[in-house]
Design a protein around this ligand. Structure first.
Ligand code: GAR
Length: 197
């Protein structure tokens, strides 16, 4: 099985998935990192692991459909089965959604549908909730919407700061994402073979 991981920033979730693949904790390899910010740290992480990178600057294209069409061609060439969004800070458009229907997942640092969008841990902290967490979900047209696949709660402790809560949420992300990817790969394999059409 082949994954494409999409990321825009530091890439700690990319790293968690790449490590899981390298250690055979998931039955898949990362065929390509797709990154909309060529200077992001995640690009260095991929290069250090000899994972191919497809990076681009959206402003160099006429519109979203134009760069997404290039991405689709690249992913089809590499026979990618599943797209894994890992801090890809951009709404996915119809071109990608149509080509990878039901084959695209995202991770978000809250218990959706609470706190979608940017800075979800901070949103939860500001709201004063006593429990937050992590969600893995299918991707649709919306912002952090789509069918929920997995969730794990993180308690907000009286001794927590925003920094310690962020660390606790990230630790859950780095375990939950590889585990959920492996669950999906196993489930779909048992339903009859390759996920790509
Ligand atoms: C992660 O916490 C991820 O869940 C979040 O961006 C962070 C990326 O960190 N995604 C969203 O908020 C999606 N709405 P990373 O670059 O270290 O993996």
């Amino acid at each position: 099985m082949k994954l494409a991981v999409f990321a825009s920033g530091s890439g700690s979730n990319f790293q968690a998935v790449a490590d899981a693949a390298a250690e055979n904790r998931i039955d898949a390899g990362i065929a390509v990192l797709v990154c909309d910010k060529p200077d992001a740290c995640v690009v260095e992480r991929a290069e250090a692991m000899n994972i191919p990178v497809f990076s681009f600057r959206p402003k160099n294209y006429e519109n979203k459909a134009a760069f997404e069409q290039e991405i689709v061609e690249e992913l089809q060439k590499k026979e990618v089965d599943l797209i894994v969004l890992a801090g890809y800070m951009r709404l996915v458009g119809d071109t990608l959604l149509t080509a990878f229907q039901k084959r695209m997942i995202n991770i978000h640092p809250s218990l959706l549908p609470a706190f979608p969008g940017l800075n979800a841990v901070e949103q939860a902290w500001e709201a004063g909730v006593k429990v937050t967490g992590v969600t893995v979900h299918e991707v649709d047209q919306g912002m952090d919407s789509g069918t929920i696949i997995a969730q794990e709660a993180v308690a907000v402790k009286p001794s927590d700061s925003l920094a310690s809560l962020t660390k606790a949420v990230q630790a859950v992300e780095h375990r939950l994402y590889p585990d959920t990817i492996q669950f999906l790969l196993r489930e779909r394999l048992s339903q009859g073979g390759a996920m790509h059409q």
